[in-house]
Design a protein around this ligand. Structure first.
Ligand code: G4P
Length: 546
């Protein structure tokens, strides 16, 4: 950062200098991150407590968006009811101790996984919540893979220490093995479950004593020297002996916490606590503000964009449709990558190569939407879109033609033919399908053999979402027909002749995606394997970005 700062201050005019200093100060104080977890580990509870500490909400129970996941069955109507809330909680921003915190919410339901993956492209770091009894679960593992792909720094919060769970050292081993990253405890529990007494905070050298209470926060005592006999008075002889032994072992086994390794996503600091009981959350937030990265450079296809560049740039990572059934209106969520964004200023919509200005961009402070006049790198602004202006991945700039990378679509896992059920509404249906795909709800493939449209999703729920929204927003009726497919993967080759040969041989299995790229539809793992071994010059990709 010091390097950036020095570079940015080599500016000629006084006005530029002032402007640039404002920009850099704003960048330095921003923390844009997501809280991720397997459902039920405590993501919603932790997020809510972070908001409470930030003064963004005043009562517990205000954050409900993730209750969506509690719907065990695929009940889209229930989800629809709750979507109004989830718009407001898509981004939660608040000021804390001079920092501007932007928490990006990720859907709890696994059928919305792809939405979560895309949200992770817009954050600079993540906090992973793990249930101390359940350890690392499937969804945690998958999300961590995405973080690893992008080198996103992670902090782990081991939650529910008020319950009996795995032994802390076993948990450390599990985290290292299952998340495939080195860990470094920055707090360490004193017992757990009924006997949980608190943690020793290795980051601030404090003894944080636990009181099961949803309203008050931790009692912290400065405690530089763990060998101080005062320790016995607070936690008793047995636990004092245990924590001293544990800390000795920690210092012996784990290397000293190194912030550069954390920033490089090589090591994940670990905290213990109980979100429900407000325990360990403030300590986590304080440490997070100090160590977590401010907005980082973003890779565009053409070059790397640094946040402190004066020219504005940003990309759309999420599109949220509104609830109003009478007219279709959406909000496009734009992550700012560089420069300052201003209301009513012309910006280039790169895909259309057209200038546009926005009179009512919104920010999401404290769960409320409000119009903003300016925003800075790391912030998210919501731009109203009344039909087809934006699609996922679109770039806005002060004028430069750049394209941000890193918003891949993943190979879907479920497929159905989509058919028109009302011949009078074919136009509406096609428009609806096109716009929903631009929003990233699912993926469309056109089978080259029979010309039929195939929708690919990661979960059953998406089919219900599409059918419901086509009817309510586009007045179009669709019908699903089964298709037995195992995987759709993007294919390419440096040898055009081989590609033509492949397409001819596999003509029943060939499709094109929305961008016109070749997709191979394998109806079984065996067919896919055979194709891979028969055509070594063809590359098979399981994500759309290659
Ligand atoms: P999620 O977003 O990761 O899916 O989890 P969420 O916060 O909704 O928490 C899942 C359940 O775990 C909730 O209970 C919540 O109260 C509980 N929980 C969260 N943190 C702690 C903790 O530190 N200790 C204990 N003992 N429980 C915790 P629920 O009964 O499913 O929901 P609710 O009725 O309490 O809302």
């Amino acid at each position: 950062m010091a390097g950036y700062l020095a570079k940015c201050l080599e500016i000629t005019t006084f006005a530029d200098k002032l402007y640039s200093m404002g920009l850099i100060d704003e960048i330095k104080r921003r923390r844009t991150f997501a809280v991720i977890s397997h459902p039920d580990a405590g993501k919603t509870t932790l997020t809510e407590k972070l908001l409470l500490f930030g003064g963004a909400i005043h009562i517990a129970g205000a954050v409900k968006s993730n209750k969506i996941k509690k719907t065990a069955t695929s009940d889209w109507m229930e989800i629809e009811k709750q979507r109004g809330i989830s718009v407001a909680t898509s981004v939660m921003a608040f000021d804390y101790d001079g920092y501007k915190i932007n928490i990006l919410d990720t859907p709890g339901h696994q059928d919305f996984q792809e939405d979560t993956f895309r949200t992770l492209t817009a954050v600079d770091s993540v906090i992973i919540v793990v249930d101390c009894a359940k350890g690392v679960e499937t969804q945690t593992r998958k999300l961590m893979n995405v973080c690893r792909m992008r080198n996103t720094p992670v902090i782990v919060f081991v939650n529910k220490m008020d319950r009996n769970g795995n032994k802390p050292f076993d948990l450390m081993d599990e985290l290292e093995k299952e998340l495939n990253i080195n860990v470094r405890p920055l707090s360490w529990p004193i017992n757990q479950g009924d006997k949980f007494k608190g943690v020793y905070n290795l980051f601030q050298h404090k003894l944080d004593l636990y009181k099961p209470n949803k309203q008050i926060i931790t009692e912290s005592i400065e405690f530089d020297d763990i060998n101080n006999p005062e320790l016995e008075k607070h936690i008793g002889e047995e636990d004092a002996l245990q924590i001293r032994n544990d800390l000795e072992l920690i210092e012996g086994v784990y290397s000293e916490f190194n912030i550069d390794d954390y920033m490089a996503a090589k090591v994940a600091p670990v905290f213990f606590g109980s979100a429900l009981n407000n325990f360990g959350v403030k300590e986590l937030l304080d440490c997070f503000c100090k160590i977590a990265p401010c907005p980082q450079p973003t890779q565009a296809a053409e070059r790397v964009i640094k946040p402190e560049e004066e020219a504005f740039s940003g990309f759309v990572f999420k599109i949220h449709a509104n609830m109003d059934p009478n007219h279709r209106s959406c909000i496009a969520f734009v992550k700012l990558c560089s420069g300052k964004f201003e209301r009513n200023v012309n910006y280039k919509h790169v895909r259309f190569n057209k200038l546009m200005k926005f009179s009512s961009p919104t920010a999401f402070m404290a769960q409320k939407k409000e119009t903003v006049d300016e925003a800075w790198p790391g912030d998210i602004v919501g731009l109203p879109d009344n039909g087809g202006t934006f699609k996922i991945g679109d770039t806005l700039t002060s004028g430069e033609m750049i394209h941000f990378k890193g918003l891949p679509s993943f190979s879907p896992e479920m497929f159905k033919y989509i058919e028109n059920d009302d011949p009078m509404k074919a136009k509406q249906l096609n428009k609806g399908i096109e716009q929903l795909m631009d929003e990233g709800v699912a993926q469309l493939f056109i089978n080259q053999f029979n010309g039929r449209k195939i929708i690919g999703t990661v979960g059953q729920l998406q089919f219900e979402v599409i059918q419901y929204r086509l009817l309510h927003e586009y007045n179009a009726q669709c019908r699903w027909e089964p298709i037995s497919l195992y995987k759709a993967c993007w294919v390419e080759s440096d040898d055009p002749e081989e590609m033509e040969n492949f397409k001819k041989r596999k003509y029943q299995y060939m499709a094109i995606d929305k961008e016109g790229r070749n997709v191979f539809l394998a109806d079984s793992g065996y067919i896919l394997q055979m194709a891979q071994s028969d055509f070594p010059k063809i590359r098979f990709h399981f994500s759309s970005e290659f």
